[in-house]
Design a protein around this ligand. Structure first.
Ligand SMILES: *[C@@H]1O[C@H](CO)[C@@H](O)[C@H](O)[C@H]1NC(C)=O
Ligand SMILES: *[C@@H]1O[C@H](CO)[C@@H](O)[C@H](O)[C@H]1NC(C)=O
Ligand SMILES: *[C@@H]1O[C@H](CO)[C@@H](O)[C@H](O)[C@H]1NC(C)=O
Ligand SMILES: *[C@@H]1O[C@H](CO)[C@@H](O)[C@H](O)[C@H]1NC(C)=O
Ligand SMILES: *[C@@H]1O[C@H](CO)[C@@H](O)[C@H](O)[C@H]1NC(C)=O
Ligand SMILES: *[C@@H]1O[C@H](CO)[C@@H](O)[C@H](O)[C@H]1NC(C)=O
Ligand SMILES: *[C@@H]1O[C@H](CO)[C@@H](O)[C@H](O)[C@H]1NC(C)=O
Ligand SMILES: *[C@@H]1O[C@H](CO)[C@@H](O)[C@H](O)[C@H]1NC(C)=O
Ligand SMILES: *[C@@H]1O[C@H](CO)[C@@H](O)[C@H](O)[C@H]1NC(C)=O
Ligand SMILES: *[C@@H]1O[C@H](CO)[C@@H](O)[C@H](O)[C@H]1NC(C)=O
Length: 313
């Protein structure tokens, strides 16, 4: 990964292949959102730093601007970059929905990949996303996210890597008419989902070009979609098949974060780089890397001096 490439994006608007590269920097956005963390009303940011962006709490080690965060990975920007704006961004462009200090997780918006058959040109327009977190403090959460494929003539693959090996999983959906399609969970016609492996830091979406809505299917739906997204709360809607509505959309994705790439034991040996600096804090291995937590009976932000406060009963 290019460490200096804060916003690296290659996008080709070619009709046949619109192709987006999402480096540790380029994920995208949509809505601002509710968020709640028990650290909300305690000091959660570095002294002198803003602790929220348009209602979304930004707890340290995350911070708005380079002097308010632990490292470049955790830098959040809070300014208008597009029309959808005034939400906090990570990597320059991934809208942050919420950040959890306790879980070492963040929810961001991540773009849907699509393939749409154009019956006039008889060509397929692709938009395939690729995301690279390798070498950063982040990885895709394998428990809360699923690789989803939506369509009636769609076979898509998530290709991924842990930085070394290259692997993939796929999911397919075929429906020859709208009959039998129902709104609800992703479990049946029109929607297929599968899990991704633990430790995934690079993920790309590929479509099998021979499943492309070019037969009768395009009379009721011309697009197929694929994306890694948070499973919880997802509801399949038949309009995803019958309209182009999902095209260009973003969906919530959970990413895990951790500090550094060593265990607590090793990290604690270097007091100047160890970040669980609050009194009454503990270190938790979250391999690779570690997280901090407040000791039993305390709550707050263990990454800040005096961040963990006794619970007043
Ligand atoms: C957004 O704000 C950050 C500081 O928070 C700044 O570094 C960056 O250049 C700004 N981006 C734009 C597009 O204005
Ligand atoms: C910006 O968003 C507003 C409301 O969401 C919409 O009415 C407007 O057309 C958008 N402007 C552009 C340039 O997309
Ligand atoms: C973000 O907020 C949602 C809803 O408020 C909650 O279900 C989820 O657990 C939170 N996720 C994180 C990472 O904080
Ligand atoms: C199909 O392609 C033609 C020619 O590029 C374009 O004008 C038309 O808008 C496309 N149809 C759809 C539904 O995107
Ligand atoms: C599913 O819900 C949408 C509205 O979101 C509605 O237009 C559609 O008719 C529903 N489909 C079925 C099969 O009930
Ligand atoms: C993985 O997906 C990306 C995005 O579509 C693509 O550029 C890349 O070639 C794929 N890799 C393999 C090995 O299929
Ligand atoms: C679409 O799929 C059909 C059937 O597999 C295949 O014959 C055709 O070449 C494909 N079209 C495009 C544009 O990929
Ligand atoms: C661990 O992190 C250090 C400093 O960020 C980096 O130089 C090193 O390559 C990393 N080691 C591994 C195995 O990722
Ligand atoms: C301890 O951490 C500091 C700050 O990151 C670093 O400059 C120093 O080299 C580290 N010392 C050792 C012994 O690793
Ligand atoms: C962190 O501390 C809180 C409060 O003591 C506790 O409820 C929670 O289970 C701890 N989290 C982990 C991962 O140990």
């Amino acid at each position: 990964m290019d460490k200096s490439g804060k916003t690296k994006r290659i996008s080709s608007q070619a009709v046949r292949t619109a192709y987006t590269v999402v480096a540790l920097s380029h994920l995208l956005l949509v809505l601002a959102s509710e968020s709640a963390d028990i650290t909300d009303h305690l000091g959660i940011a570095l002294p002198g730093c803003p602790d929220s962006c348009h209602g979304v709490p930004i707890p340290y080690p995350f911070g708005i601007g380079s002097s308010c965060c632990l490292s470049e990975d955790f830098e959040v920007s809070c300014n208008a970059t597009t029309n959808e704006t005034y939400t906090p961004y990570l990597f320059g462009t991934a809208a942050i929905l919420n950040i959890s200090i306790l879980l070492g997780q963040a929810r961001i918006n991540y773009p849907v990949s699509s393939q749409c058959y154009n019956s006039t040109t008889k060509q397929v327009e692709y938009n395939r996303n690729y995301a690279m977190l390798y070498g950063s403090s982040f990885r895709f959460n394998d428990n809360k996210n699923k690789f989803m494929v939506i369509g009636c003539d769609t076979l898509a693959f998530a290709n991924f890597s842990d930085g070394q090996d290259y692997n993939w999983v796929g999911c397919a959906s075929r429906c020859s008419s709208l009959e039998g399609l129902t709104n609800g969970s992703c479990s049946g016609l029109g929607c297929c989902q599968t899990v991704i492996p633990k430790g995934t830091t690079v993920i790309g979406v590929d479509f099998d070009p021979s499943y492309n809505n070019s037969d009768d299917v395009h009379s009721f739906g011309r697009c197929g979609y694929a994306m890694l997204m948070e499973d919880d709360g997802f509801m399949f809607d038949t309009t995803y098949i019958t309209t182009d509505d999902l095209k260009g959309q973003k969906m919530p994705l959970v990413i895990d974060w951790a500090i550094g790439n060593t265990t607590c034991d090793v990290a604690q040996n270097n007091r100047s780089s160890y970040v669980c600096i609050s009194y009454n804090s503990v270190c938790l291995n979250s391999g690779p890397g570690y997280l901090c937590n407040c000791s039993d009976g305390y709550q707050g932000n263990p990454y800040l001096k005096d961040g963990c406060q006794g619970l007043s009963l």
